[in-house]
Design a protein around this ligand. Structure first.
Ligand SMILES: C[S@@+](CC[C@H](N)C(=O)[O-])C[C@H]1O[C@@H](n2cnc3c(N)ncnc32)[C@H](O)[C@@H]1O
Length: 271
C-alpha cells in the first residue's frame, strides 16, 4: 500500500519537476545570474551557515540547496525521491559552477542513505514537505539521524490551518487539521509554480499533521525545540493563491479581516 502511494506521488512530482525551471518560483536564468531562492525567514531561523555542512530534505530541483552554498555553507547535500528533480538539481549545480560542493541523492526521505548519518550541521526542509509524509515520527527520526551532535534541524512549512483551505472567499476547507489517514485528491492538475500547465498525472495522496503532532514528533525523536514560530505575514505563501500581498510587501491570508497563520517555523537541536 505505502509503495503504491509513494510511486503515485513520485510520478506526480516527476511531472512537476520536468515543468519547473522557467516560472515564477523556479527561475533557472535568475539563479544562474546569482539570485538566491532563500527568504529572510530561512536565514533568520537557520542563522549563519558559514563553513557548515547543510542537508536539504525534499530538495526538489535544488535551488534552495545550492542557495545555502551561496550563503556560505561549506558543503550541501539534497535528497528527494524524484529522479527527475535530482537530475535537474545535479545539472543546475554543474551549470552554476557549484558541483564540487554539492551532492544530490534520489531517496525516500523515510529511508535515507546510511552514509548521511551524523554528517551535517544543519538539516533544512521547507515549504510543502510534511503534507507528503505518512509517518511523521519516522521523518523526525531521519532528520535527527543526519545531524552532528552540535547540529540543528530547521523546518519551515505551511501551517496546518493554511493547508486546510481550498478557497478563501467563500472559506472552504477540504483537508483535515490533524492526522486523519491518507487524503486522496484526483484533480491536482497544473503546478503551484505553473498553474496553467497541462499535466497528465493529476492524483496525489497527502497527509495532515497538526502543529501539536509536529512538535510532539520532534520531542519524541530526541530533539529539543529552541524555536517555534507561527507566521501570519510572509514573503511567499507557497504559492497557493490564497494569500494577498499587502502594502508592506508581505502576504497575508485574512478571514473577515483577521490574518490567519500561513507558515510555521521550527528549530530543534539533538537532545
Ligand atoms: C513542495 S516541494 C518542496 C519545495 C522545495 N522546498 C523547493 O523550494 O523547491 C516537495 C518535495 O518533496 C518531495 N517528496 C515528496 N515526498 C517525498 C518522499 N517520501 N521522499 C522524498 N522526497 C519526497 C517531492 O518530490 C518534492 O520535490
Amino acid at each position: 500500500m505505502r509503495g503504491s502511494v509513494l510511486s503515485n506521488n513520485q510520478q506526480w512530482w516527476d511531472e512537476r519537476a520536468r515543468l519547473h525551471g522557467a516560472d515564477l518560483v523556479y527561475d533557472v536564468s535568475a539563479f544562474l545570474a546569482g539570485r538566491s531562492t532563500l527568504y529572510e525567514l530561512d536565514h533568520a531561523v537557520t542563522g549563519s551557515v558559514t563553513g557548515q555542512d547543510v542537508i536539504h530534505l525534499q530538495c526538489h530541483t535544488g535551488m534552495d540547496t545550492l542557495s545555502w552554498l551561496r550563503a556560505g555553507a561549506r558543503r550541501v547535500a539534497g535528497v528527494d525521491f524524484s529522479p527527475v528533480a535530482i537530475d535537474k538539481a545535479t545539472a543546475l549545480a554543474q551549470s552554476a559552477g557549484l558541483a564540487d560542493h554539492a551532492q544530490f541523492y534520489v531517496a525516500d526521505i523515510l529511508d535515507l542513505p546510511v552514509h548521511l548519518r551524523a554528517a551535517f550541521d544543519v538539516c533544512y526542509a521547507s515549504r510543502g514537505v510534511l503534507c507528503w509524509i505518512d509517518d511523521l515520527d519516522e521523518w523526525m527520526r531521519q532528520a535527527r539521524a543526519v545531524l552532528k551532535p552540535s547540529g540543528r534541524l530547521v523546518l519551515i512549512d505551511m501551517h496546518p490551518l493554511f493547508l486546510m483551505a481550498d478557497s478563501v472567499d467563500p472559506l472552504v476547507l477540504d483537508f483535515p487539521y490533524a492526522a486523519d489517514g491518507p487524503q486522496r485528491f484526483e484533480n491536482q492538475a497544473g503546478s503551484y509554480a505553473a498553474p496553467e500547465a497541462a499535466t497528465e498525472h493529476n492524483s496525489t495522496t497527502e497527509y495532515a499533521h497538526s502543529l501539536a503532532e509536529i512538535v510532539t514528533a520532534a520531542i519524541e525523536s530526541d530533539l529539543t525545540i529552541d524555536h517555534l514560530g507561527e507566521h501570519l505575514a510572509v514573503e511567499t505563501d507557497g504559492p497557493r493563491g490564497l494569500a494577498t500581498r499587502e502594502d508592506d510587501g508581505l502576504m497575508r491570508w485574512r478571514h473577515t479581516g483577521q490574518p490567519l497563520p500561513i507558515m510555521f517555523s521550527l528549530r530543534a537541536l539533538p537532545s
